[in-house]
Design a protein. Sequence first.
Length: 431
Amino acid sequence: MNLFRGEACSQEDFVGRICTLQEQISEDLSLPILGPEIVIAAVDRLANLVTKDSALSLLKIMGIDTTGIEDVLEHTLEDMKREALTYKLSNELNAPLGEWRTVIDNSGKRRRECYLPLGVLLHIGAGNTIGLSAYSVIEGLLTGNINLLKLPEGEAGISYFLLEQLIRIEPRLKPYIYMTDLSSSRTYEIHQLAEASDAVIAWGRDETIQALRGSLPAHKPLIEWGHKIGFAYFSEGETTDLDLRALADEMCQTNQLYCSSPQCILYEASEGGSYAFAERLENSLKESSKTYPQKAISQEQQAEITFLHQTLLLESHIKGVAPFTDAAHSYGVMISDISELRASPLYRNIWIIPIRREALIQVLRPHIGHLQTVGLSVPASCEEEIKRLLFRAGITKITKCGEMYLGKRGESHDGKNTLSLYVKKVDDRER
């Protein structure tokens, strides 16, 4: 799964040609700027060719579990349509790419300014979202950049398929797409790719981001889309079974594998209220599991979950609260006695965390940088107050339970406009 300047090749051939990359890129950077309309037309055509049903069939052939991803797939394909891409460009860039405009500076002199591509982007892909690596390249293309993509391990080929099809639709995109399935252990070759880039875009865990920070020279920008933690926020008394069922459905549909998925629930409750709440959530999970049956997970993942449940069961003889689970440990609702965010082992496991509203910011601030999405279920009378506290603490998106994993048109990514990070603003002063 390798492409060198849009042409399919073996990994060995790709590595052998890396030494020519700087020279080739220098030639291509002298070409006219890739117009967004070329990209939009090609991606829109691709989105119309790849229907949801055909995409699901392809994913199954590739051996990818498609349980519960229909909504995500539908939203992804919608995001690739002309209307969505055009809106994204106008929303995230306040002027057309490569279009000069004249302004008068404070001395009364004229100058020209415009947005231009950064140049070359190295994308370090992540495998937690289907096709994310390909979409990252599409964002680079929209901003006129040459894109070098290092595929995540275990990607299964969906990004390669999408980008190869995109090139077939629009051959003019060839000079702007490079892709390799090199292992992350090939540090010398990846360093060569980084050297050829103007910025590195990293998707992945904290360890991946930290390793890249340490390996890149100080002058090389690192654009991070790293690990995030999502959670739900409920309050006692106004909690509806509808919200609990929506949250349970989301957990079962996604196995909480998205960065915006709920890993814990902050729960405003009187003493002892968490137990009854956890019991209700367990009932919702049981019902959701009938609609979205749990498929086999790896032995390592199941061992981690079972070990956690058994440890909490032993502790319950002292603390008095056992985890809510079944004999197969196919799900888990766990009650914490400490007001502190906790990561769950995922796969239908979630923590109930007691919270006092006045301590909310204090509890969340230690996790600044990891905070992203909250699913909110509180009375209307206090909704605005809680939203204000959450945003001040560092949350970037609040939505209703059941839609935490779904992106909406025009939303920022981790509080940032992606395209604005992939361009530079240049000035041409009057002489």
